[in-house]
Design a protein around this ligand. Structure first.
Ligand SMILES: [Zn+2]
Length: 112
């Protein structure tokens, strides 16, 4: 029989409740610990430690670095929006496939 393993929050489990948790591993100053806590308990248990670490590293939230650089893709027109616009304006448009360049130009022009 297949067995489904679920991580149960340690803290809730002590209170007799089966709340799904997330396994997290800590290695701090030579101490290793694994906790199975739900988000709520994680904040309660590890919150003070986390805020300490955040203070020490000078970050309030994990920073996301963009690897793509400055290049951003041109804002893509949503084909369904263009189709809806075409239908509203009585322009014949096929419900499937690519929208013709001509139609896109007309849509852009109409949007100012
Ligand atoms: Zn919990």
């Amino acid at each position: 029989m297949a067995q489904v393993t679920m991580t149960i929050c340690d803290r809730h489990h002590q209170q007799g409740a089966e709340v799904p948790g997330t396994s997290r591993r800590f290695v701090i100053d030579g101490f290793k610990a694994t906790t199975d806590l739900c988000d709520e308990c994680y904040e309660t248990e590890a919150g003070p430690l986390l805020s300490f670490l955040r203070t020490m590293t000078g970050t309030t939230a994990p920073k996301r670095t963009t690897t793509s650089g400055k290049r951003r893709p041109k804002s893509k027109l949503d084909s369904s929006t263009v189709r809806a616009w075409a239908v509203e304006n009585g322009i014949d448009v096929s419900p499937r496939g690519r929208i013709s360049q001509d139609l896109l130009e007309r849509y852009r022009a109409s949007q100012g």
